[in-house]
Design a protein around this ligand. Structure first.
Ligand SMILES: [Zn+2]
Length: 83
């Protein structure tokens, strides 16, 4: 039995997902564990949700930056063409 690395309680196997990528014949198995300590699991869930939110925000900001720099590149090209 695996132990939670936060509180040391037993981990419960919730889900086993197996998937293969492309022509790779060795499938990747992803096990999802939940802590048997309800308080700890709730905390983990909250942290995971926050991390996903933060990641999304970063990706959005990155996408905006990319668009801005593309607009700037186009702008400078326009200037060059005019000259
Ligand atoms: Zn725990």
């Amino acid at each position: 039995m695996l132990k939670c690395n936060v509180c040391g309680c037993d981990l419960i196997l919730m889900e086993v997902m197996t998937h293969t990528i492309g022509n790779n014949f060795s499938p990747i198995t992803k096990n999802t564990y939940h802590c048997s300590n309800e308080v700890c699991q709730k905390d983990t869930d909250e942290k995971t949700a926050k991390r996903i939110k933060l990641k999304k925000e970063q990706e959005d900001a990155q996408a905006i930056r990319k668009q801005e720099s593309l607009a700037k590149t186009l702008e400078s090209k326009k200037v060059l063409t005019v000259m």
